[in-house]
Design a protein around this ligand. Structure first.
Ligand code: ASP
Ligand code: MG
Length: 363
């Protein structure tokens, strides 16, 4: 009998039919003898909808109140999933908020860090043969305030719960089979990557892939927790992320990020800024460029394409080809090269055909 932590993402819970199908699979797995703990995120685009209600009222909503608001989304999911499971086996599922399981965070609203999971009620629920259904993405701070863990934070909840319970597996399910050489919704030809090590996965996530949250991978790496990612409706596990895997391929993945912005800076004025999630690059005119994750006052939208792999620096021929293909149609803001990746930052978005063409250079 194994103890398994499973996490289901928002798009796989987007309709009553999808929730029912997942509930059936959970009950089947339970009946086969495994003990389960389920983490869910908010259904469909609930978090975005809740956020936009706040931004309709204020351009810069209070972060404490924003946490209170967006945490509703996961609360809706835990009760709906429990209702669906209990309609099959009455009394089997029990829903819990982040604070009910004692998920304690620091006081950084909107981007809180997990400090510990007390987990007493969680353990009791498992011992009593229930399936606990936990609200991902949320916790309670050392100041007893509701906090959230940053966008995509339910993945981090799942990894942290796996560690706290010393569970056997952490399975993260979404609406794709696993990690691909690029987003399969953008490039149907993208290939599944069966195994990845933490560092490469971290590069892929940090470059904008939404499949696994970067802080969840950092956590998993630190605590040596193997993550399996798979498809929520079929249960197929496509990718394993762990430590023992060597990356054999020179190129692993191509990632496109359309959620960035950039600002040109005089280097002096940078010292007072918040450096979290900020990259500083040099432009061709030798100015400093600041890249941030979300639109800030005075910044311009920016798009990035990143190729991730092993010893990338030594393969200038393909990197030049990638550069030339992009430079033909777009204005390049900056480039960034390391052993593990090459990124190009652009002023205009790339079309699907261009991303497909660049993907086919490498894969
Ligand atoms: N619902 C939250 C979000 O949309 C957390 C998550 O999906 O993991 O960011
Ligand atoms: Mg996610």
């Amino acid at each position: 009998m194994a103890l398994i932590v499973q996490k289901y993402g928002g798009s796989s819970l987007a309709s009553p039919e999808k929730i029912k199908a997942i509930a059936e699979r959970i009950v089947e797995r339970y009946d086969s003898g495994d003990r389960l703990v389920i983490v869910v995120s908010a259904t469909g685009d609930t978090t975005n909808r809740l956020r936009s209600k706040a931004f309709d009222l204020d351009d810069n909503p209070d972060h404490r109140e924003l946490d209170m608001l967006v945490s509703i989304g996961e609360r809706e999911s835990i009760s709906l999933m429990s209702i669906a499971i209990n309609s099959i086996k009455p009394g089997l599922a029990q829903s819990f908020t982040g604070s009910q399981i004692g998920l304690i965070t620091d006081c950084n609203h909107q981007n809180a860090r997990i400090l510990e999971i007390k987990g007493d009620r969680l353990k009791q629920s498992i011992e009593e043969n229930h399936i606990p259904i936990i609200a991902g993405f949320q916790g309670v701070s050392t100041n007893k305030e509701i906090t959230t863990l940053g966008r995509g934070g339910s993945d981090t909840t799942a990894v942290a719960v796996t560690a706290a319970l010393n569970a056997d597996h952490c399975e993260i399910y979404s609406d794709v089979d696993g990690v691909h050489t690029t987003d399969p919704k953008l490039v149907p030809d993208a290939k599944l990557i069966q195994e990845l090590n933490y560092d490469t996965m971290l590069e892929i996530s940090s470059a904008g892939a939404k499949i696994l949250k970067d802080s969840a991978i950092e956590y998993a790496k630190r605590l040596n927790i193997k993550i399996s990612t798979g498809h929520s409706t079929t249960g197929y596990i496509g990718t394993i992320v762990s430590n023992d895997i060597l990356n054999k391929n020179k190129y692993t993945a191509l990632t496109y990020n359309d959620k960035l912005s950039y600002e040109i800076f005089e280097s002096k004025s940078l010292f007072s800024t918040d450096f979290s999630k900020i990259k500083l690059l040099q432009s061709y005119e030798n100015k400093q460029i600041k890249i941030t994750e979300n639109k800030q006052n005075g910044s311009e939208p920016c798009y990035s394409l990143t190729i991730i792999g092993n010893g990338i620096k030594t393969d200038s021929e393909l990197l030049n080809k990638m550069y030339d293909t992009i430079a033909k149609n777009s204005d390049i803001v900056a480039t960034e090269l390391s052993d593990l990746k090459f990124s190009i930052y652009l002023k205009q978005p790339l079309g699907q055909a261009e991303i497909e063409a660049i993907h086919s250079l490498f894969f």
